[in-house]
Design a binder for this molecule. Structure first.
Ligand code: PMP
Length: 427
C-alpha cells in the first residue's frame, strides 16, 4: 500500500470508494491523457465525465483561470459578476428553455437540490417521481431521489419519492419488449402510480441516459410519452443533464433532445465537465419556475468569477471546435471497435451507447446475473495496460463505462479499443 493511501485511509471516510487495488494518484494531465505519481501515462476514457468535456489542461482554460486569479478570486455574492452573466447568457441560449434563468451552484448534487427546491415550492408538494436505478447526488434530498441502492445510504428523506420504470429496459418484466411496447408499459406504470397518489406530484426528475446506473438506453420517445402524462397533471419535468449534456451523446447537445417532441424540460441541471475540473453546477428553468422562490438568496461560491472564467473558456472551445460533431464521428467509430473487441467474450451481455458515452455490460456467462468481479478484473487489466475506464450499474456495478473527453482523436479511439480488447479477452 502506498504511503499516501495509508494516510488516506486513516482520515477519509471508509465509504469513499477508490478505484483500483492500488489506487492511482493523478498528478497531471494533457489532452486525453493523465499521468500518475510514478510518471506512468494513461489514456483517459473516463475523465470526460468526471472532469472535462473538452481536454485535460486545456490552454484556454488555464489562461482564463490564471488571468482571473491574477485579478481577484472572489465569491459571486452581492456584486455584479461579468463572467457569471456571460456564462449564464450562453447556457440560457443553449438550453432550449424559453425565458430561461440560470442559477449556478458548485456541484451537480447542489444543482439537483436547487431544482427540487424550485419544483416543490412551485407545486406546493414534496412528492417527486424519480426513475428506478437513478443517481442524482449525495446530499440528503438527492439521496432521497436516487433509486440506485448502492448510492443511497439512507431511506430517510424530506421527499416522498415514487420510483417509475423506464431507465433500464433489459431486466424484469420489461425485458425483451419492443421500443413501442416498452414505452406503453412504462407510461401505464406512470399512470397507475399517479392514480394512487393523494396530492399533486411536484416533478419527475430523470437522467435521459442513466450515468452511474450504467449508461442505460431508454428508447427515444420515452420522455415524450411521459411528458404528455405529466402535462395533464401539471407536473414539472426536470432533466438531469449532468452526464448527458454538452454534446456527449453526439446526436444531441442535451440528452432530452433524443425525445424531441417532449420539448424543452421545465428545469435542466448540469455540472461536471463544463468546468474542466473547476466546481460548476447549475440549474436552468423558465423564469416563472425559477422566480417562484420568495427568498433573498445567492450561493456564496456558486458562480464565482474564477469558475465562470473557466466555464466560459471551456464552453467556447467546445462550440468553436464542434466537439459534439467529434463525439458523433469518433464515438460512432469507437462503439464499432468496442463491439468488435467484445465479440465472442462470454461475459459481455451488451455493448450500448451514444456518442462518447459507451457502456459494456458484463454478466455471468449465459445468464442475466451481474458480474462485478469481471468488471473489476477488466478495469485492473486496462489500467495495467495504460487505459482508465469507469464502472457503473445497479447494486453490483458490472457495466464498464467509457466516457473520454469529447476531443478524442481517431488514433486514440483505436488505441483504447485495442487495450479494451486485450483486457476483455484476458477474462
Ligand atoms: N447527477 C448525475 C446524473 C450524476 O452523474 C452526478 C455525479 N455522478 C450528480 C448528479 C452529482 O454531481 P456531483 O458529484 O457534482 O455532486
Amino acid at each position: 500500500m502506498s504511503s499516501l493511501y495509508a494516510r488516506h485511509k486513516a482520515v477519509i471516510p471508509d465509504w469513499i470508494a477508490l478505484y483500483y487495488r492500488d489506487p492511482i494518484e493523478i498528478t497531471h494531465g494533457e489532452g486525453r491523457h493523465v499521468w500518475d505519481a510514478d510518471g506512468r501515462r494513461y489514456l483517459d476514457f473516463f475523465g470526460g465525465i468526471l472532469t472535462t468535456m473538452t481536454a485535460h489542461a486545456l490552454p484556454e482554460v488555464t489562461k482564463a483561470v490564471a488571468e482571473q486569479a491574477g485579478r481577484i478570486i472572489h465569491s459571486s455574492t452581492l456584486y455584479l459578476n461579468r463572467p457569471m452573466v456571460e456564462l449564464a447568457e450562453r447556457i440560457a441560449g443553449l438550453s432550449g428553455i424559453p425565458d430561461a434563468r440560470v442559477f449556478f451552484t458548485t456541484s451537480g448534487t447542489e444543482a439537483n437540490d436547487a431544482a427540487l427546491l424550485l419544483a416543490t415550492t412551485y407545486r406546493r408538494s414534496n412528492q417527486i417521481l424519480a426513475m428506478r436505478n437513478s443517481y442524482h447526488g449525495r446530499s440528503f434530498s438527492t439521496i432521497g431521489i436516487t433509486g440506485n441502492r448502492a448510492w443511497s445510504p439512507t431511506g430517510l428523506s424530506p421527499l416522498q419519492t415514487l420510483y417509475v420504470h423506464g431507465g433500464v429496459r433489459g431486466r424484469g418484466p420489461y425485458a425483451g419488449l419492443t421500443d413501442e411496447r416498452f414505452i406503453e408499459a412504462c407510461v401505464a406504470d406512470l399512470e397507475d402510480m399517479l392514480g394512487q397518489t393523494r396530492s399533486g406530484v411536484a416533478a419527475l426528475i430523470a437522467e435521459p441516459i442513466q450515468g452511474v446506473g450504467g449508461f442505460t438506453s431508454p428508447p427515444d420517445g420515452l420522455y415524450a410519452a411521459f411528458r404528455r402524462v405529466l402535462d395533464r397533471h401539471g407536473i414539472l419535468w426536470i432533466s438531469d443533464e449532468v452526464q448527458t449534456g454538452w454534446g456527449r451523446t453526439g446526436d444531441h447537445f442535451w440528452g432530452w433532445q433524443a425525445h424531441g417532441q417532449a420539448g424543452p424540460p421545465d428545469v435542466l441541471t448540469f455540472a461536471k465537465g463544463i468546468g474542466n475540473g473547476m466546481s460548476i453546477g447549475g440549474v436552468v428553468a423558465r423564469a416563472e419556475v425559477m422566480n417562484c422562490l420568495d427568498a433573498n438568496s445567492i450561493s456564496t461560491f456558486g458562480g464565482s468569477p474564477i469558475t465562470m472564467a473557466a466555464g466560459l473558456a471551456n464552453l467556447s472551445h467546445l462550440l468553436e471546435h464542434d466537439l459534439q460533431g467529434n463525439a458523433r464521428r469518433v464515438g460512432g467509430l469507437l462503439i464499432e471497435r468496442v463491439r468488435a473487441a467484445a465479440a465472442g467474450v462470454a461475459e459481455v451481455r451488451e455493448v450500448r451507447g451514444r456518442g462518447l458515452m459507451i457502456g459494456i455490460e458484463l454478466t455471468e456467462p449465459g445468464t442475466d446475473r451481474a458480474n462485478p468481479d469481471a468488471a473489476t478484473a477488466v478495469l485492473e487489466t486496462a489500467r495495467e495496460n495504460g487505459l482508465l475506464i469507469g464502472k457503473g450499474g445497479g447494486h453490483n456495478t458490472s457495466t464498464l463505462r467509457i466516457a473520454p473527453p469529447l476531443s478524442l482523436t481517431v488514433a486514440e479511439a483505436e488505441e483504447g479499443a485495442a487495450i479494451l480488447e486485450q483486457s476483455l479477452r484476458s477474462l
